[in-house]
Design a protein around this ligand. Structure first.
Ligand code: XMP
Length: 516
């Protein structure tokens, strides 16, 4: 069985980063909310080690989160980070107080004693940069622990009980602002917990194939392909597992980027020889969008039409028992929320939600344990071309949400041409991989210009490019003006219908990445 590490989540904003760091060192791990694990589950999970995350609560108050006592009785190493350290101390007999000296951001740790967590990384006497974010602090230690590092605001900034292999750090080793943090986590998983670090994409591929075969038995699977990386990787993996019991359906909504249809069809039919049902539904989608201008109505109309088309195609191929989806780990991790209450819908995202119930199918989600970059690595492992794997994310509703106002065939074509020029220039400048997502938006605004000796009265177009790690927050990309000028000139000269180009410099929040 794969060695695995358990990360108990106490609600920190950066818990996912702990998982990232652990996996980067070749150790498989999972994040679970502290209050969702009971003793039977813990024993069954059989972690090689446990990491307690940070969190926003205070252990000095009653009714705040605690780790299940069994965590400290399984005989496996435990590392408490920030709140995780504090709850470990409190639960094992030490004390935590609300500090007068709060530490947020960069701080320095004095290493006062050698311990296995620091082996080969830090030595006594070193002063090391770490990242802190805490108000409470440990003031007395449980039996068996000793101080191995201190900081101005936290006299017990790093503690160790080498006999029980329990460690606690007040700082966050998982963030990049603790430059040696990844090495400390690696010491914990590899040296202290004895993990071999042999979790590779090749190993994942084998395991995932086994699991798909087990789940699907001799059933049939249908997979909606969007042309994006996730659904493509899922489809190739499924094909390897169950061969022609997989049917891929690619719905061309008429709202895709220029050249996208040929690229997807070519990849699946030509490169992988995977049977693909290609549905040309552009007319249908444009018809349904006729007169629709409200962004949410647009999204819902597209989602519903997609389901209709997909369902009809699925019936034609004789139906299926399972629906494959490219769900990723960030969507699966159930974060601990202390705020409570329902969150507002900013935009209703569309994948194939609604379908499984309507068609009475079970879900197959072979990527649900992976982060986006891991999916890309799996794609490489499966032989998908680099150009395909590295593609920017593209939303389900496609270009429709990049055309504020009514979506017409003309407008889609104008936008496709502008977008293609923009992306070509970005690739030529060698910037494609430095950008999370770049696209053009066709504005429902016409402005006056002068082309040659003629007056023009055409659409304005906005260019968008952002950097991001997960799409949740984003910064606009700081192109130099020469580049922007070049793109604008090309678009205005080459795309009939656009006579003005602007660059969107809104970050997220307060903006969103897409315009609708
Ligand atoms: P926003 O605009 O919400 O977008 O900042 C965040 C990321 O999600 C993508 N996006 C979607 N992806 N279906 C998708 O599959 C959707 O309905 C959808 N809407 C937005 C967006 O392109 C960006 O990467």
């Amino acid at each position: 069985m794969t060695e695995r590490v358990l990360i108990l989540d106490f609600g920190s904003q950066v818990t996912q980063l702990i998982a990232r760091r652990v996996r980067e060192s070749g150790v498989y791990c999972e994040v679970h909310p502290f209050n969702k694990v009971d003793d039977a589950w813990l024993r069954d999970f059989a972690p090689k080690a446990i990491i307690l995350s940070g969190g926003p609560a205070s252990v000095t108050l009653a009714d705040t989160p605690r780790a299940a006592p069994l965590v400290f009785e399984l005989g496996v190493p435990v590392l408490g980070i920030c709140y995780g350290e504090q709850t470990m101390v409190a639960q094992l007999g030490g004390t935590v107080e609300t500090g007068t000296h709060r530490e947020f951001g960069r701080a320095f740790l004095e290493v006062v004693k050698q311990c296995r967590l620091f082996d080969g990384v830090w030595a006594p006497g070193d002063r090391e940069q770490v990242w802190m974010s805490h108000g409470d602090r440990v003031v007395s230690l449980p039996e068996g622990f000793e101080v191995v590092g201190t900081s101005d605001g936290a006299p017990y900034a790093a503690i160790a009980d080498e006999a029980r292999r329990f460690y606690g750090v007040q700082f966050h080793p998982e963030v990049v602002h603790t430059p040696d943090g990844a090495k400390l986590l690696r010491n914990f998983t590899h040296e202290i917990a004895g993990c071999k670090g042999d979790w590779t994409m090749a190993a994942f591929r084998e395991q995932a194939i086994e699991r798909i075969r087990e789940q699907v038995g001799d059933g049939r699977v249908i997979c909606g392909l969007s042309g994006g990386v996730d659904s493509s990787v899922a489809a190739v993996l499924l094909h390897e597992a169950i061969g022609d019991r997989l049917t891929c359906v690619f719905v061309d909504t008429g709202l895709l980027r220029a050249g996208e249809v040929d690229e997807v069809v070519g990849l699946f039919r030509g490169h992988f020889n995977i049977p693909l049902v290609h549905v040309d539904a552009g007319e249908l989608f444009l018809g349904k969008l006729n007169g629709v201008t409200d962004p949410e109505v647009k999204r819902k109309t597209i989602g519903a039409t997609f389901i209709d088309v997909f369902e009809a195609e699925a019936k034609k191929v004789g139906g299926a028992d399972f629906l494959a989806q490219g769900t990723l780990y960030p969507d699966v991790i159930e974060s601990v929320s202390f705020a409570g209450g329902p969150s507002v819908t900013i935009k209703s995202h569309h994948n194939v939600g609604g379908l499984p119930e309507r068609m009475n199918m079970a879900l197959v989600e072979p990527l649900r344990e992976l982060f986006k970059d891991e999916v890309r690595r799996l794609g490489e492992e499966l032989g998908l071309p680099q150009r395909f794997i590295g593609r920017h994310p593209f939303p389900g509703p496609g270009l429709a949400i990049r055309i504020p106002g009514e979506v017409t065939r003309d407008r889609v074509e104008i936008l496709q041409r502008a977008d293609a020029i923009y992306l070509e220039e970005i690739r030529n400048a060698g910037l494609y991989d430095a950008i999370w997502q770049a696209f053009a938006v066709l504005l429902p605004v016409r402005t006056v210009g002068v082309m040659g000796d003629e007056r023009s009265y055409d659409y304005a177009c906005a260019l968008r490019a952002v950097t991001s790690t997960d799409g949740m927050t984003a910064d606009y990309y700081p192109f130099d003006h020469g580049f922007l000028g070049r793109v604008a000139t090309r678009i205005i000269n080459e795309v009939r219908g656009i006579n003005r180009v602007t660059y969107d410099i809104t970050s997220k929040p307060p903006g969103t990445i897409e315009w609708e």
